[in-house]
Design a protein. Structure first.
Length: 357
């Protein structure tokens, strides 16, 4: 009996290693089960709203960064750009400018930095980690230049409507995050552009020989990452009710953890938006649950670091399992081919036909 259970567990474990999305869902389930048992406040409607509202910014940016990482890119500037775009919008709104024009200015700044990242990577051949590390510091400096000594307050009375309002008890940030995630999911899974992204991540040289305009695709990926960050900045600063140049510190880490936890391979060529959403929820519920059970905030950084390492290890196991499964299929296919081409079987078949004739 125990041997049967053990075999079932091993089989289930192989399935989990071969499907990182399923593994991430299992982690999310275990996490929620643990915090439900340790805190009576965890599994409440108000707390679920709070977590999904705060996680929406990670989902918005993570959806775009998923495509960047599938194509073997990286965008480290999203945290600082979040602060710069949010502060810019708040600063413009505080001077009496129309609220929606302030929002558009934040999104435009995000697009500008996205285009800058794309130009550095594509035009000047700067490696993505160096290019976006440079723009990370530029954006953070701009945030402090806009408001060097204080958090911007005294914003219009309707400033927080977008970030704190809801539609039939569904927070607006969640609705925006779902719409953006659906768009990127469609773009990745249903369009030629999405196939080009996978092709570049799988083998850039093969994609180039197949006629894919790699420079254009990569530039657009960074542009969309910047746009998504601008939108997330609007949502986040609206929820906070102020323009704070200090927001977004470590945000890029949360996004990368969510994307990797969701099954996007560090080697490129693999990833799904649905997985990124699950990864973002894991990050969100982890921080929220630790707060509810009284764990010091600094330990959350430790937990996120452990989550990142675990996600990378899981990614390696997943890729190895898929590689081994592919080799087994090739071996089985070769064996079947050899059997059909066995000379003895061919000779026996020929002699049998001669006897018949």
């Amino acid at each position: 009996m125990l041997s049967i259970v053990f075999r079932k567990l091993r089989s289930w474990g192989r399935v989990m290693r071969g499907n990182q999305l399923m593994a991430s869902l299992f982690i999310l389930f275990v996490l929620m089960l643990f915090f439900t048992m340790t805190s009576s406040r965890f599994l409440t409607w108000d707390n679920m709203q709070n977590v999904t509202r705060s996680t929406s910014s990670v989902v918005i940016v993570g959806s775009a960064v998923t495509l960047v990482m599938i194509a073997r890119g990286l965008d480290l500037s999203v945290g600082s750009l979040l602060a710069a775009s949010g502060v810019l919008a708040a600063s413009i709104a505080s001077h009496g400018t129309n609220l929606w024009l302030s929002y558009l200015a934040a999104i435009a700044l995000g697009a500008l930095f996205g285009a800058l990242n794309g130009t550095l990577v594509v035009g000047f051949k700067v490696t993505p980690i160096i290019a976006t590390l440079g723009t990370l510091n530029i954006a953070r400096g701009m945030a402090y230049l806009v408001t060097p000594s204080a958090i911007l307050v005294g914003l219009p009375s309707n400033w927080s409507d977008l970030g704190t309002g809801s539609f039939f008890q569904i927070p607006y940030p969640v609705i925006i995050a779902v719409v953006i995630a659906l768009f990127f999911g469609w773009l990745l899974g249903r369009t030629v552009f999405g196939r080009h992204v996978y092709a570049i991540g799988g083998n850039e040289e093969t994609a180039r020989l197949s006629g894919v305009n790699i420079r254009k695709v990569i530039f657009l990926l960074y542009l969309m990452s910047g746009l998504a960050t601008g939108i997330a900045a609007v949502v986040l600063t609206s929820r906070l009710g102020s323009g704070d140049p200090n927001i977004g510190v470590g945000f890029e880490f949360q996004v990368i953890v969510a994307v990797i936890l969701g099954g996007t391979s560090l080697a490129g060529g693999e990833g799904r938006i649905a997985g990124t959403i699950v990864g973002a929820l894991i990050v969100g519920f982890l921080g929220n649950g630790l707060n509810l059970i009284g764990v010091e905030p600094f330990w959350q950084y430790v937990a996120q670091g452990v989550a990142l390492i675990a996600a990378v290890i899981l990614d390696r196991f997943t890729r190895r399992e898929r590689s081994e499964a592919s080799v087994r299929r090739e071996v089985n296919s070769k064996d079947n081919f050899d059997k059909t081409e066995d000379p003895k079987s061919i000779g026996n078949s020929a002699s049998h036909q001669g006897e018949i004739s």
